[in-house]
Design a protein around this ligand. Structure first.
Ligand SMILES: [Zn+2]
Length: 335
């Protein structure tokens, strides 16, 4: 413990584990927390965006470290706010640092968001999104890649695998939902969970539509996988959760109950919109989120559609809703 020293850029949350909070340009979901494990195998869990690597360096320096001391970078999932600086750290460690993430998010890290844009554009087309929003939203998603650098992954992590992180043993917990390869890290002996974006204290995480680079329609069920992953974490029964955004969580059951209520409310709202008759996902999204307007409209439409479609997937599995093609678009109706 650095008991005598007042730290400006980090906070020791447990002996030899430091939380470093780094700013992000977007308002939601708030600044990103990355975690540094010092001691035996110096490890960084998530990195923040490329533009805050200087701040990260200051935090390390204050602890008497540099990028060259980092032996391992573990990425909870391939979104830019978690992986943007990984490449820079590896470069500055002169190749010493290895990068590890779940195999399902390797492509995101190695090829960037750009690898998905054609599938995204096709998905938005199928969902009946007007052409101008379709291209602008894909453009905005592609622009996010400026906050990150593509990075080679050295180690693909598997569920249940144990990794040395600083002086601790971390277990990889496969928690798909937010992304296809999202992982949490659990320190079993200490009952501490690092939840990435799987559990956040102040906001219900998005179970993003899992479009791959080959097909515009997802084969995977993000919402269902997300709630299965929530149940998995509940069964671990951690005593404290350190999320990638926001403050530590010691009441996670209240939070997961809130997520379930939120899920049911959304499903009911979508069903009440479908009471008006068959509609495209875009029409449903516009009614569900009437407040969307202004400069970020194209991006917000993408997020809204991602949410609507992943809910519709569950309603279709439950046989409450069905879809069919009409003039090249997908239309949904209540059974
Ligand atoms: Zn995040």
């Amino acid at each position: 413990m650095n008991e005598n020293k007042k730290l400006r850029f980090s906070r020791e949350i447990y002996p030899d584990i430091y939380e470093i909070t780094l700013p992000l340009p977007m308002k939601n979901p708030g600044p990103v927390n990355v975690y540094l494990f010092t001691g035996k195998k110096i490890t960084l869990l998530d990195t923040g965006i490329l533009q805050t690597s200087g701040l990260l360096k200051k935090a390390l320096r204050e602890l008497g470290l540099d990028f060259s001391n980092i032996e391992q970078v573990i990425i909870t999932h391939g979104h830019i706010d978690h992986s943007g600086s990984a490449k820079k750290i590896v470069k500055n460690s002169r190749g010493k640092a290895t990068v590890a993430t779940h195999k399902e998010d390797v492509m995101r890290l190695e090829k960037g968001e750009g690898a998905f844009v054609i599938s995204y554009a096709k998905f938005l087309g199928l969902m009946d999104v007007p052409v101008k929003f379709r291209f602008l939203s894909v453009f905005i998603i592609a622009a996010f890649s400026l906050l990150s650098r593509k990075c080679k992954v050295d180690r693909k992590l598997l569920d249940g695998e144990i990794i040395q992180m600083g002086n601790y043993q971390g277990t990889v917990i496969d928690t798909p939902g937010h992304t296809r390869g999202h992982i949490c890290i659990y320190l079993e002996n200490e009952k501490i969970l690092f939840s990435g974006d799987h559990i956040l204290p102040h906001i219900t995480p998005n179970a993003f539509v899992m479009i791959d680079h080959q097909s515009p329609l997802p084969s995977r069920l993000s919402q269902k996988e997300y709630f299965d992953s929530i149940a998995k974490v509940e069964s671990l029964n951690p005593s404290i959760i350190y999320p990638a955004h926001g403050t530590p969580i010691d009441n996670f059951r209240e939070i997961t109950d809130m997520y379930r209520r939120f899920f049911n409310d959304r499903q009911n709202l979508i069903l009440s919109i479908l009471d008006e008759g068959e509609q495209s996902a875009y029409q449903i999204a516009r009614k569900l989120f009437p407040e969307i307007r202004g400069i970020m409209t194209p991006l917000e439409i993408f997020l809204a559609l991602s949410e609507v479609y992943t809910h519709l997937q569950v309603l279709m599995i439950d046989n409450v809703v069905s879809e069919y093609k009409k003039k090249g678009k997908l239309v949904f109706k209540k059974n």
